[in-house]
Structure formats: structure tokens, C-alpha cells
Design a protein around this ligand. Structure first.
Ligand SMILES: [Zn+2]
Length: 269
């Protein structure tokens, strides 16, 4: 059956892109609504058709309305099994919080889930599908349940090559992925600021790597936190299909843009 939240919840913080206050209220929604964002009276369903930007974060848009950094909340709602929710946003992006989905997960768990009198539909991957090149690619293939296999490779002494293979949804998402934080490189900070897309980034919400190591005083939450965050991001993007997916997702040095290309191809078929 489909599920929604038992009660609404509010979360406030700052935006990663603009650094301005950002507040959101996530409310229960009736069956077959899906996960929809509401901004100044404009409704933007959290679906692949409404993705307008994938630089740094996934941005949804409709007309002039824009909502950025939707992937961490979308991942948490998808993994928790919240099919229907109205996400009312004040500002043009979601709060970055600690850079992970940990607080979103805690808020959803505190609100609780309510079953609804409508069957849940799922997308069943029936044949392999792949996009990308030999250097960076993303693939879905048939499987009984949702599963993830992510590999990242960075020329950095603390990251290098990392791989995560796991369930990717349900309780496993919250124990294995939800707490992994956004990361970036200090050498890119200036360029990102010039683009105006990381004004709110700080060591409170981003793991920052300099040439030798990690700049955050507390260090990493796990040696492979980087690939776990990429897996969290992938779940958030896959959530934009709007229904649970039965299939195995493999990403090799993939990011939001490749994820979206794969999801669009999958939806088209
Ligand atoms: Zn992320």
C-alpha cells in the first residue's frame, strides 16, 4: 500500500547555494499525489521531468520557480517509503543541514508513516540499460529488489577508489548511507563561489578535502564516507522516478547528470 506521513514536520537551516535561511514544511498528502514541492503557490512534482540543473546539486524548476538541493530529502522519503508528501519550501533551496540526510531521516521517523487505501506501483527493470562512456557510466539491470553498486575514483590520497555495494533503501539506507556528508575540494572553492552555487558551504555542512587530507576538525564519519554520500545522492536522484524501483543500479564515476540521463532513458522505455 501507499504511505504518507502521520504528521507534518518543519526543518530550518541555511541553503548551500545561496547561504540564505531556508525553511521547509513536509506535510502528509493524499494517495496518488506523489512527492511534490510547493513554492509560492507553484507545485513542482519531484520527478525527472522537472530537473532543470544538475551542477553541484539537483535543482527542480517550473516556470521561474527553482528549488535546489532536493536529493537528500527525496532520498530519505524514498528510502522510508513515503510515497505521498507535500514539501512546502520557503526560499529557493532546501536547508543543507549537516550535508547529509541524517536529520531528514530523524524528522521522518519522528513524524511516522500512515498507510493509505491505494496500492503502491513499482517500476520493474526488465532489461539492462546503460548510459555514459568507458570512463564514467551508469546502469540499471533486472533484480528482485532495489540494490546499489557505486564506485568513485578521485586523484586524492584520502579518497582514491571507493566502492559501496548495498541495499540502498529501507532501514539499511538510514544505517549505511543517510549520515554521509556532502564533500568538495578546497581547490574548487574559489571557482564554485564565482559561479555563485556554493555560498553557504562551510565545514559545518561539507567535508572539505585539501591537497593532503580532510580539513574538518572532526575528520570523517567513516573512511569511505565519500562513496556513501554518492550512493545517497544516487538514491535521491532515483527517487525522482516517483515510484519504487526493482532493479540493480551500478554507477561508475557517475554524478547527477549521468544519473538523470539514465533515468530519462529508463522512463522513455
Ligand atoms: Zn549530496
Amino acid at each position: 500500500m501507499q504511505h504518507t506521513l502521520r504528521r507534518p514536520f518543519r526543518v530550518a537551516g541555511v541553503g548551500l547555494r545561496g547561504g540564505r535561511p531556508a525553511e521547509v514544511e513536509v506535510r502528509p498528502a493524499s494517495r496518488d499525489t506523489g512527492r511534490i514541492f510547493v513554492l509560492d503557490g507553484v507545485t513542482i512534482p519531484a520527478t525527472i521531468d522537472n530537473v532543470v540543473d544538475t551542477r553541484l546539486a539537483t535543482t527542480l524548476g517550473r516556470g521561474v520557480a527553482r528549488i535546489s538541493l532536493v536529493e537528500h530529502l527525496c532520498a530519505a522519503l524514498y528510502a522510508a517509503g513515503v510515497d505521498n508528501a507535500e514539501i512546502h519550501v520557503e526560499g529557493d533551496e532546501l536547508p543543507v543541514l549537516d550535508g547529509s540526510a541524517r536529520l531528514w531521516g530523524a524528522a521522518i521517523a519522528a513524524a511516522g508513516l500512515a498507510p493509505q487505501a491505494a496500492p503502491r506501483r513499482a517500476l520493474v527493470v526488465s532489461a539492462p540499460i546503460e548510459v555514459g562512456t568507458a570512463d564514467a557510466w551508469a546502469r540499471f539491470e533486472p533484480a528482485d529488489h532495489f540494490a546499489l553498486d557505486l564506485t568513485i575514483a578521485f586523484d586524492h590520497p584520502v579518497i582514491r577508489t571507493q566502492r559501496f555495494v548495498g541495499v540502498g533503501t529501507g532501514p539499511a539506507f538510514f544505517t549505511e548511507l543517510a549520515w554521509a556528508r556532502t564533500f568538495g575540494f578546497y581547490r574548487d572553492a574559489e571557482a564554485l563561489r564565482a559561479l555563485g552555487i556554493a555560498r553557504g558551504a562551510s565545514l559545518d555542512n561539507t567535508v572539505v578535502y585539501d591537497d593532503e587530507g580532510v580539513m574538518n576538525p572532526g575528520g570523517l564519519r567513516a573512511p569511505d564516507e565519500a562513496v556513501r554520500h554518492k550512493a545517497l545522492d544516487a538514491v535521491g536522484d532515483i527517487a525522482l522516478l516517483g515510484v519504487p524501483v526493482h532493479g540493480r543500479f551500478t554507477g561508475f564515476r557517475a554524478g547527477h547528470a549521468l544519473h538523470l540521463a539514465l533515468l530519462r532513458e529508463l522512463a522513455a522505455r
